[in-house]
Design a protein around this ligand. Structure first.
Ligand code: NI
Ligand code: MN
Length: 225
């Protein structure tokens, strides 16, 4: 499994020959201006919630690639009404896709579309594919629901928001990594705007002091599991 950070909360994940894009927000992110949206491959676009900084480039990418949009029922219905392909899910449900098993799990946040219309309840994803299991938390507060995840899934990587203000910050993300029982963390949802700027060295030190590994990738950089 190869995971590429495309800035903010946007990821590209390759599982075998299947390409997933998570929460595309590239054209609105000046820090990601070197990412060519038109060249991105996507068989599926996974959306954690409907906020602008997670869906901005969905239509552009889906038009070029024909990707299937996977999210909660309300978000998928919104895109199906615009004639895009979709697979609706809801919290606690899982489905076996060609790339593996995908589960939509709880997040504590909000989920309106940019025009204010209802975007269902926000979530995160667990992906079990190619013998690797990852948790993509989405925008969320620290929540006890995270403790449910290791009951079923032994994670190889937890992708957690760490920018604070709109989501968990570093201190809560540390506790979240305890709750999900995973010491390998990829941080996301930081530095994009003024409210969520973080001190990288301090953040890494805090995880290191707890014998955990916080990875912060450059935009366009990848890691392999
Ligand atoms: Ni959000
Ligand atoms: Mn966000």
């Amino acid at each position: 499994m190869k995971i590429t950070f495309l800035g903010h909360a946007c990821l590209q994940i390759e599982v075998g020959d299947t390409h997933l894009i998570i929460d595309p927000f590239i054209s609105g992110n000046p820090k990601a201006s070197h990412i060519n949206i038109e060249a991105l491959k996507a068989d599926y676009i996974l959306l954690t919630h409907a906020h602008q900084d997670h869906i901005l480039d969905v239509e552009t990418i889906a038009k070029i690639t024909g990707a299937t949009i996977v999210s909660n029922y309300e978000i998928v219905t919104h895109y199906q009404n615009l004639n895009f392909e979709g697979h609706p899910m809801n919290h606690g449900g899982k489905w076996e896709f060609e790339f593996g098993i995908l589960k939509y799990v709880n997040a504590i946040h909000t989920s309106s579309f940019p025009d204010g219309s209802y975007g269902g309840q926000p979530g995160g994803f667990i992906i079990e594919g190619e013998h690797k299991n990852i948790y993509i938390a989405g925008d969320t507060a620290l929540t006890y629901d995270m403790k449910l995840i290791p009951l079923h899934t032994k994670l190889d990587l937890a992708i957690l928001p760490i920018g604070d203000n709109f989501t968990m910050g570093i201190e809560d993300a540390l506790v979240a990594s305890d709750f999900v029982q995973c010491d390998k963390i990829l941080g996301y949802h930081y530095d994009t705007f003024g409210y969520i700027e973080i001190d990288h060295d301090e953040a890494k030190r805090k995880f290191f002091a707890r014998e955990k590994d916080l990875m912060l990738l450059e935009i366009g950089e990848s890691l392999e599991l």
